[in-house]
Design a protein. Structure first.
Length: 135
């Protein structure tokens, strides 16, 4: 899942990610890599790449898990890149970086705000829907 935090940034990418509980551990293909462990072992963890562009800071988030039996990763699984766990963590990162008030300014890297969903009034909307799908 990718999100773009537009300029002006409130601080450096490293300090912003540290504020969200992430630790920098490398640079891959020109992007800084950060992770946040869920517990003491190195896996499972959230893994985020950040890159500064002329429009802002792009955050590319996924979930890393390690199959202890087959010693295989999960990078080929869709659930590692989207869904409830990833949506909630991205919301948490964005709130930690710039607070609840600026969440409406955060958009997808394409620059086009997401279209609002028209839902039946009987269906309760999640916090994610209220924040990101109302743009």
């Amino acid at each position: 899942m990718k999100r773009l935090i537009p300029h002006p940034l409130p601080d450096t990418p490293e300090r912003l990610m540290a504020k969200a509980g992430y630790v920098r551990h490398c640079v891959e293909t020109g992007r800084a890599c950060y992770h946040r462990r869920l517990n003491e072992p190195p896996f499972p963890r959230f893994h985020a790449y950040t890159a500064l562009t002329d429009r802002g800071m792009e955050v590319d988030l996924h979930f890393d898990a390690l199959d202890s039996i087959g010693h295989q990763g999960n990078h080929d699984k869709a659930w590692a890149y989207e869904g409830g766990r990833i949506d909630e963590e991205m919301r948490r990162i964005l709130e930690a970086i710039c607070g609840r008030l600026c969440l409406k300014e955060i958009y997808h890297p394409s620059g086009a705000p997401s279209m609002p969903n028209v839902e039946s009034p009987a269906k309760k909307r999640s916090l994610f829907d209220l924040i990101f799908k109302s743009m």
